[in-house]
Design a protein around this ligand. Sequence first.
Ligand code: PGA
Length: 252
Amino acid sequence: MIFAANWKMNLDNLSAVKLAEEYNSGNLAGKHQVIVMASHIALADVRRKLRPEIEVYAQDVSKFSGLGNFTGETSAQQLHAIGVSGCLLGHMERRTHVKELDSDLNLKIKNALNEGLKVMLSVGETSQNLTPAEQKELITSQLATDLADVTPEMLIDKLAIAFESVATISSFGNQQAGAALPVADIFKKIAIIKDWLKEKYAGVSIPVIYGGSVAPDNIAQFVTEDGVGFDGFLVGKKSLDVLEFKKLLEAV
Ligand code: PGA
């Protein structure tokens, strides 16, 4: 399974390097694939510090490609050059706080893939006030726009989808997975995403993972449901404490 540690904007460079050291001594790499998602400022040092089997992703990438006069931007080429292997795109915090547009996400995804970076695309509910039909429409339209013109050949072994909802991510004030969004609903969303992917990218393996207040005492509920498969987890808060993060890896 994939365990992506989304450190968000929680650490300065020294703290990020210290946490990377703790990840190394925590012996995390085993049967699971561990990805660390660090702030741009810490990526180079975290990449140097972490064991090579732990992948390092950025939390965003520019919609502009190559090198050039784009003040404040960081391109896929620049990230690739420091050993970053992928990027998280479309996280709910960026969709809501930064008002990230699907049309820009489409450019970012294509830039990342063209540069050889992997992409973890986050899709899901940016509002808690949607009917099930509206939720489905939102998720499928995010997928359709974000992945427009992205061919199956471009994304072999390069794409993963993370389902998230503002109803369950801890930073939106939710302390418990399943409190505002029942687990059965989460499984329905994963099924919507898998169906969509099967239609557009038949035969290509694209992991679909879940993110939102995943914790050692609730992770089991996401893996016991019959017939619906999760391929991993996107973990925010609990990834900042290596012991808690390790408990997640050991629980499944
Ligand atoms: P959380 O964050 O685990 O703190 O809810 C998940 C995420 O936002 O990626």
